[in-house]
Design a protein around this ligand. Structure first.
Ligand code: NAD
Length: 314
């Protein structure tokens, strides 16, 4: 029987692409419940779904910030049976901290972090009872490593990662899988919204030096990064959903592997912080730091082996 997959945030970007891709699967492995906050914004998904609409794809309203709407959506599914939950809805925020209101930050946390928590609270008990299910969470490479001027966004994705890491072990007792998908830059409305917000921001709230670093240096860099490393929204998540043994983490963009390795290599955090500082402000080669990181990694591997022996794992 096809798997029922509920996806949030399907009016654009990754959610839209994934919903259409799963619904049009040649092997008809999936029945997609494509949800969005405002079903009035479904035109792009309807066009992408084509003949799948009404057969393997159904559009429903769901606002991740509203428990009532999550409950109503899940209740409308026969037997409340969801095999795969894809928590995708999310919002971004970039810029100097001083230019961002606390209310906007709380609203971002409410969507990116508590949105996931609300979904899981609604869906996990059914999955536990059925002893099966898969929760796939669109995190970000920024859930592993903070990036300059993304303070609040990165914090929300770190929260997502900590939540999932903790929950995954309990879920395993009930045969429920949890997977984190960690994309680098993906060319979606996410990027365009970032530039629009940057244009609207009130830079008198911060000092001129910070404002200049952000508007001249950061935004220019961001455009370059999206242009050179940006991936299309199709489709790393499908791989995770269809895997016979889904991984707990799936990093979609190999370009970010060195960054993640640097962080792992040096528990003091000195190398990764210097690497970013040099990259953004000094434009010096990070090769020297890379070599130091490799030495540290070797040292770390020895420590991991030692720890494993102490825990009786080897
Ligand atoms: P997007 O802006 O195109 O899609 C986000 C979707 O979430 C939108 O359709 C939006 O309407 C929806 N949404 C926002 N608040 C909601 C709410 N309260 N309830 C329901 N839906 C809501 O951007 P995207 O790139 O497709 O983002 C999808 C996910 O991927 C997000 O979690 C984002 O953090 C993550 N991500 C994006 C990138 C990137 O570079 N685009 C990189 C890493 C991770």
């Amino acid at each position: 029987a096809p798997k029922t997959v509920l996806i949030t945030g399907c009016s654009s970007g990754i959610g839209l692409a994934l919903a259409a891709r799963l619904a049009r699967d040649k092997q008809r492995r999936f029945r997609v419940i494509a949800t969005m906050r405002d079903t009035g914004r479904s035109a792009a998904l309807v066009a992408a779904a084509g003949p799948a609409l009404g057969t393997t794809l159904h559009i429903k309203q769901l606002d991740v910030c509203d428990e009532g709407s999550i409950r109503a959506c899940v209740d409308s599914i026969p037997g409340r049976h969801i095999d795969v939950l894809v928590s995708n809805a999310g919002v971004g925020m970039v810029g100097p901290l001083e230019c961002q209101s606390l209310a906007a930050m709380q609203s971002l946390m409410d969507t990116n972090f508590f949105g996931l928590v609300r979904l899981v609270k609604e869906v996990l008990p059914d999955m536990k009872r059925r002893r099966g299910g898969h929760i796939v969470v669109i995190s970000s490479i920024m859930g592993l490593q903070g990036i300059v001027f993304n303070d609040i966004y990165a914090a929300s994705k770190f929260a997502v990662e900590g939540f999932c890491e903790s929950l995954a072990v309990q879920a395993r007792c009930f045969n429920v899988g949890i997977s984190l998908v960690e994309p680098g830059p993906v060319t979606t409305e996410f990027e365009t919204k970032m530039y629009q917000e940057a244009e609207r921001a009130d830079y008198t709230q911060t000092d001129p030096e910070t404002a200049a670093i952000f508007t001249r240096l950061y935004l220019g860099n961001a455009r370059d990064v999206f242009a050179s490393l940006g991936q299309s929204p199709e489709d790393h998540t499908l791989r995770v959903i269809a895997a016979p043994r889904p991984p707990f983490r799936h990093r979609t963009n190999a370009a970010f592997t060195p960054m993640a390795a640097l962080k792992q290599a040096d528990p003091s955090g000195t190398i990764i912080t210097s690497a970013f500082y040099q990259l953004v402000f000094k434009h010096t080669a990070v090769l020297r730091l890379g070599l130091r990181a490799i030495r540290m990694l070797r040292w770390n591997i020895r420590k991991v082996k030692e720890g494993a022996r102490l825990l009786g794992l080897t």
